[in-house]
Design a protein around this ligand. Structure first.
Ligand SMILES: [Zn+2]
Ligand SMILES: [Zn+2]
Length: 398
């Protein structure tokens, strides 16, 4: 498993471009006797293994994509790959541990193949591209990642449940689980404010888009702090981009703002979006400007673990981890595993894997150039994934 992980790590590929990784996975699955479908939703791979006896169908999912990150892990198998991202060539590295997830699921594939005679039911292994989002600007309605795989029939035969896991270096070496929301929803917020360009010395001849944008950034902070019921679930709205103007004494025609909205509840997500729209429109109007608000395609829903299914898995997770299990906190990061959860019951767990000798509190986090994880914990991840699948198959009909 370590060898597979290192091979995938060294040959890191960006979202939607996981050609070599997909071929590597497909070859492995075929050699184990899986029925394999390639090119599912782009570069996705689906492997199906029918057990000796009939039963339910269970799916496991791993993501295969790397990130536009220049690796600084110092590992001997560090990536030196470069690929196109949003129109330019960039360095590519597995800075989120998806190389580990892919290797873990390849390991689980081997476990199932070795015990096929004892399996009642069908195993569906989903190796997913583009979990981190597309590497190009999405057109309205264009699907990527999990949604693209689902649209392309990845969930055939239809599983009764699906499971996935994420390696996290900033957690102790335990399996962490949580019922309810695990990962936040994520939406890009884009706002364009149009005023009227004028001389900085004579603002009364124009409409100051910079002043309107500034008011809006401040006012929008009250959406989470004063308007959403954050006693129910937390939420975050951050503006990370504010572009406008090119000279000290020219008040520009327009400014552009971009931010990210995170919630853990679909109703709060809709509500926050409506409030952003309203606030931008009305603040602009009050100042004689106009505002265009959009939430570009590519947003993620919250990842929410159904209580009954999650709780049903706790005993097997406790067993495979020798009791090294803890309850997790929700994370403001996002996961398109939520797309699978819209189709079938799904559970997402976390595997703490700080690099050997590193304190989880100070280990380089996911998406950091120095990101790394303890390869030894991949065993735990595989055991947890395989354990949950087999446990689910053994619990006929509940
Ligand atoms: Zn990531
Ligand atoms: Zn990730």
């Amino acid at each position: 498993m370590v060898e597979w992980r290192r091979h995938i790590h060294e040959n890191a590929e960006l979202s939607g471009q996981e050609v070599k990784t997909a071929a590597y996975v497909a070859k492995h699955l075929r050699a184990l006797g899986y029925e394999v479908r390639e090119g599912v939703g782009g570069t996705g791979v689906v492997g199906v293994l029918k057990g000796a006896r009939p039963g339910r169908t269970v799916a496991l999912r791993a993501d295969m994509d790397a990130l536009p990150v220049a690796e600084a892990s110092g590992l001997p198998f560090a990536s030196r790959q470069r690929q196109p991202y949003m129109g330019t060539e960039v360095p590519v590295a597995h800075a989120c541990g998806h190389d580990g997830h892919t290797a873990m699921l390849m390991g689980a594939a081997e476990v199932f193949a070795g015990m096929r005679d004892h399996i009642s039911g069908t195993i569906v292994l989903v190796f997913q591209p583009a979990e981190e989002g597309a590497s190009h600007e999405l057109k309205e309605g264009e699907k990527f990642g999990a949604a693209a795989m689902i649209a392309d029939g990845a969930l055939q035969p239809k599983p009764d449940a699906i499971f996935a896991a994420h390696l996290i270096p900033n957690m102790p070496r335990v399996i962490a689980y949580k019922t309810g929301p695990v990962f936040a929803s994520s939406d890009v917020v884009k706002i364009r404010i149009k005023g009227k360009q004028t001389h900085g010395a004579m603002p009364w001849h124009g409409v100051d888009a910079i002043s309107v944008g500034s008011q809006l950034v401040n006012s929008m902070q009250t959406i989470v702090s004063r308007q959403l019921d954050i006693s129910k679930e937390p939420a975050v709205l951050s503006i990370g981009k504010f572009i406008g103007g090119n000279r000290n004494n020219i008040i520009p025609e327009s400014v552009e703002l971009e931010g990210t909205l995170r919630t853990f509840d679909e109703a709060m997500r809709r509500d926050a979006k409506a409030r952003i729209r309203k606030m931008a429109t009305l603040i602009a109007e009050a100042n004689g400007a106009t505002a265009e608000v959009s939430f570009p395609p590519g947003g993620y829903s919250a990842t929410i673990n159904p209580e009954a299914l999650m709780n049903a898995m706790v005993p097997v997770l406790t067993k495979v981890s020798d009791g090294k299990i803890m309850s997790a906190s929700k994370l403001m990061a996002s996961e398109d595993f939520s797309e699978f959860q819209k189709e079938i019951p799904g559970v997402y767990i976390l595997v703490g894997a700080p690099p050997v000798g590193k304190d989880p509190a100070t280990a380089a986090p996911n998406h950091n150039p120095a990101f790394d994880f303890d390869e030894g914990m991949m065993q735990q991840g595989t055991k947890a994934m395989a354990g949950m699948a087999l446990e689910f198959l053994s619990r006929q009909g509940d």
